[in-house]
Design a protein around this ligand. Structure first.
Ligand SMILES: [Mg+2]
Length: 315
């Protein structure tokens, strides 16, 4: 809990500080002697509770309050104006939550601090809940990986970064071969277990900064940053091998199909179009694997190779 006392009178700052001492024992109390300094501290420190004098050098309390309310819609401090002016209407309309006239009665000030703390506790609880909801909205509940929602955001950032740093990146779509058959044969609970196991295996073979998400169903999406060179075959071998470490109930290794796009994104490349290229490569590889296997389950197939130009170059 942080608290700011903004008043150009040291006498009043001390009076307010005395009132806060019993109520805010663990709070960090900061002081400011003018409006401009107060606003700077507020921008940097984001105090939860602000005592604001109105008559100060620099900016008036009402001006500071108005600016605070424009800072960031997520930042909602409790602002208590403490002033000798009789401008309660202006202060409250202008962004303050409460108003007390100088000279104030310390008991009344302490009571108003109690009210402030009650409201701040509600704000904090709401903020925690909002953050938790936002976190959950980005996470796939089955695998704990990021979900589809995060892919667009990270892909856009990754493409911009690759262009800026002139470093190639590799996008990979991965899906489980014959997943419908696995579900039909062993049930959806087993199918889910396999997705969870695959998510964990994929995660274990990525570098720390790489991005892994569940695209949907049995499809996963990976961004390998700063890949450079011809890493696609290496990535393919590694992913096929970790997938094969997962065994189906009949003992057969799990098989996945991959589609990769590697390269340096051009200015004209839309991130979504690059993902589509990786997805097209996946379908191409998948088709080859199914054809090679006579249309039956493709589980026994050896890892497919990148489909030449489409998968490994920047076209
Ligand atoms: Mg003053």
């Amino acid at each position: 809990m942080k608290c700011l006392i903004a008043d150009d009178s040291r006498f009043h700052r001390n009076l307010i500080r005395d009132c806060t001492s019993t109520k805010l024992q663990n709070a960090q109390v900061i002081e400011a002697a003018d409006g401009t300094e107060a606003l700077r501290i507020i921008s940097e420190e984001r105090p939860d509770l602000i005592f604001l004098d109105n008559e100060m050098p620099g900016l008036s309390g009402v001006q500071v309050a108005a600016k605070i309310r424009c800072l960031d819609e997520r930042y909602i401090p409790y602002i208590l104006m403490v002033t000798s002016l009789n401008n309660a209407g202006e202060a409250l309309e202008g962004g303050c939550d409460d108003f007390i006239r100088k000279p104030f009665n310390p008991d009344e000030m302490r009571a108003r601090i109690t009210v402030a703390l009650r409201i701040i506790a509600v704000y904090q609880k709401m903020r925690r809940q909002t953050e938790e909801m936002e976190r959950l909205a980005r996470i796939d509940s089955l695998t704990g990986l990021y979900n589809r929602r995060m892919i667009d955001e990270r892909l856009r950032e990754a493409v911009e970064e690759a262009r800026r740093k002139k470093r190639e990146l590799t996008l990979c779509m991965c899906d489980v071969d014959g997943f419908k058959k696995i579900n039909d044969t062993y049930g959806h609970i087993k199918g889910d277990e396999i997705l969870v196991a695959l998510a964990s295996c994929l995660r274990s073979c990525l570098r720390l900064g790489d991005f892994l998400a569940r695209y949907g169903g049995d499809e996963f999406f990976i961004i390998f940053y700063e890949t450079g060179g011809d890493v696609a075959p290496l990535i393919e071998r590694r992913l096929h091998s970790v997938a094969a470490s997962i065994k189906l109930p009949d003992g057969a290794p799990l098989s996945v199909s991959l589609g990769l796009w590697s390269g340096l994104p051009k200015e004209s490349d839309e991130p979504e179009a690059l993902l589509k290229k990786a997805d097209n490569a996946l379908y191409e590889n998948k088709g080859q694997r199914t054809r090679l296997n006579g249309g039956a389950s493709s589980r026994q197939l050896t890892p497919s190779r990148l489909s030449g130009a489409e998968g490994s170059t920047q076209n």
